[in-house]
Design a protein around this ligand. Structure first.
Ligand code: SF4
Length: 221
């Protein structure tokens, strides 16, 4: 069996000093000066290039992926996401919130709709649009891709737009499922601490989405 590769495909990964969003490049520079030991750069996708599932988040958290360099690693959102991926057979090993832990993704790849950390976790509409070609490149670089999980409405909108489809025809709703050509898009509320603390998203609600994805990938239903 061919070993999974984590090498990015051309067009899927921005350069470390990507200048396309001046506000975000400035924010990165600020944090490089403040915290030179942090990643402070576009966060690359994580997971095998033969993945059948792509999980799309919003953007790196300042002290999470922006610090560690791995999506959903180092802040609360990763705790729920990676435990769920382990439970549903999309990962092996042990998640310890650091990039050199033993966690390995199997069949799943994780990316963000916006690759650089935005101030207050809020990218602008222009920044989302500017970063979208890297999401398109990520989608195009997964030849076995069958399912996408969008974590939150922004990720959902970015995935729909990356397919050249009209947002008005594909409404975000937790638990919704949309056919985007050969790919099926599954929507979930984002697994942020805010959403889980306020009860917007419970672990059971999150698990139900991944149970549907698992069933879809295993049986086509
Ligand atoms: S958010 Fe995307 S397009 Fe903007 S600077 Fe970062 S990598 Fe480049």
């Amino acid at each position: 069996m061919r070993a999974p590769s984590t090498a990015p495909a051309a067009g899927a990964e921005p350069p470390r000093d990507c200048p396309l969003c001046p506000r975000l490049a400035g924010f990165r520079a600020h944090w490089r000066a403040q915290e030179p030991g942090w990643h402070n750069a576009p966060v690359p996708s994580f997971g095998p290039s033969d993945a059948r599932l792509l999980i799309v988040g919003l953007a790196p958290g300042l002290r999470g992926a922006n610090r560690t360099g791995r999506p959903f690693t180092g802040d609360y959102a990763g705790e729920l996401l990676y435990q769920t991926l382990l439970d549903f057979g999309f990962a092996t090993g042990r998640f310890e919130a650091r990039p050199d832990d033993s966690l390995v993704l199997t069949q799943a790849r994780i990316t963000n709709a916006v690759r650089c950390v935005p101030p207050e976790n809020k990218p602008t509409t222009d920044e989302m649009k500017t970063c979208r070609p890297f999401l398109s490149g990520t989608l195009a670089a997964l030849p076995r891709l069958a399912a996408v999980v969008a974590l939150g409405k922004i990720a959902h909108d970015q995935v729909v737009a990356a397919h050249g489809l009209r947002l008005s025809h594909y409404k975000f709703a937790h638990g919704a499922r949309h056919a985007l050509g050969p790919i099926t898009l599954f929507d979930s509320y984002h697994c942020s601490r805010y959403n889980t603390n306020t009860g917007v998203l419970t672990p059971e609600m999150f698990r139900a989405v991944f149970a549907s994805v698992r069933r879809f990938l295993d049986t086509g239903v």
